[in-house]
Design a protein. Structure first.
Length: 358
């Protein structure tokens, strides 16, 4: 459920936006702006409702989800509305008692993976049933994903599914070097040798070693051609693995079914924690049987598995993960306790001050 923020102004070149009517769309229950090294206050201050423009906005609420309810039976609509209400309460911190920051909540049993012997396998079977028989099935990978809060857990799931996947692996190694603009001496060159750069794993940057198979779903990590749907976050399915290009079919967005070629690119990380500039020449792709919750924001899926090896850590992550699906039976959650055993309790993070001006 989204809100529309409409700045209504008369035409006047002396006022904000030149007097044009600007429409903002969004949902403050979802993940807030990412502020590197920022705390709760910095994140809230970076949000639209903390802007000096907010007092000029007129709030319009969208209260009926036409896409999910039109053409469905009364029982289906009631179930969708009930699940939607629970999600809204979760997003506003009203599940499991007072929540103004972090709170432990109990997840309904019908949403849980409880298999004690191989819980990850059960989660994979729910999201990707009969995966080996559906490798070539139309749109099999386009509307399902396993989500997790952190990249290392995502890599763990992707590696497991890639090993299960049929076909021969093809390995692509990046070429890493310091940027020409870096003024380095011989000591720094030895310190930041290619071997050191190869070992860096940075969010938003493909790894030095990229292993793919034909048929595997991948995600684009850079904007290449927005007009033709090749944007950061676009999902594709590998069709052919060449030495210098990868042929893939788009399976998400507005250009589904289009075949394209992905080249190697010189990629420079934007992470300010790195005290030097380096570039990695690699295909801007990552395997995406699983993805981070943040990457899934904005996507609509029919089946989602949420893997909480560790709990969520920022406002709205749990709400975003569970609201990717249309119906309650389209999601399962695997929560592990400190001993690695399935449990029904997890953390929900909500910054309630974000709702004060709504």
């Amino acid at each position: 459920m989204n809100d529309v923020f409409n700045i209504d102004t008369s035409l006047n070149s002396e006022i904000r936006f030149g007097g044009k009517v600007i429409v903002f769309g969004g949902d403050f229950r979802q993940i807030l702006p990412v502020v590197p090294n920022g705390g709760r206050q910095e994140i809230v201050n970076a949000s639209l409702c903390s802007s000096y423009l907010w007092s000029k906005c007129k709030l319009l609420r969208l209260t009926r989800n036409m896409r999910l309810t039109v053409g469905r039976s009364t029982a289906d609509v009631d179930e969708i509305n009930s699940f939607g209400k629970w999600l809204l309460d979760l997003g506003e911190g009203n599940v499991g008692g007072p929540n103004d920051g972090e709170a432990t909540i109990e997840i309904p049993r019908d949403l849980l993976i409880t298999d004690p012997s191989d819980p990850i396998g059960s989660l994979i079977d729910f999201v990707y049933p009969s995966i080996l028989e559906n490798v070539d099935a139309h749109n099999y990978f386009s509307d399902r994903a396993i989500l997790a809060p952190k990249n290392e857990v995502v890599h763990e799931i992707n590696d497991r599914l890639l090993a299960m996947f049929p076909g021969e692996e093809k390995e692509y190694l990046s070429s890493d070097s310091l940027c020409p603009s870096e003024d380095v001496n011989s000591t720094q060159q030895r310190l930041y040798s290619p071997d050191v750069l190869n070992g860096l794993k940075i969010s938003g940057l493909p790894n030095h070693r990229l292993v793919l198979k034909v048929g595997v779903p991948v995600m684009l990590l850079r904007n290449i051609d927005q007009r033709n749907g090749l944007c950061n976050g676009t999902r594709l399915q590998v069709k052919k693995l060449h030495n210098r290009v990868i042929e893939a079919k788009i399976i998400s967005g507005s250009n589904i079914g289009t075949c394209t070629y992905i080249p190697r690119l010189n990629l420079i990380p934007s992470d300010k924690k790195i005290p030097f500039s380096f570039q990695r020449r690699q295909f801007p792709l990552a395997v995406c049987f699983a993805m981070t919750i943040n990457k899934s924001q904005g996507q609509s899926l029919s089946r989602v598995g949420l893997y909480l090896k560790q709990p969520v850590f920022s406002h709205g992550q749990l709400y975003v993960a569970l609201s990717r699906v249309k119906t309650r039976n389209g999601v399962k959650i695997l929560i592990l306790d400190n001993n690695g055993k399935p449990t029904d309790k997890t953390t929900n993070v909500v910054y309630k001050e974000i709702f004060n001006e709504l």
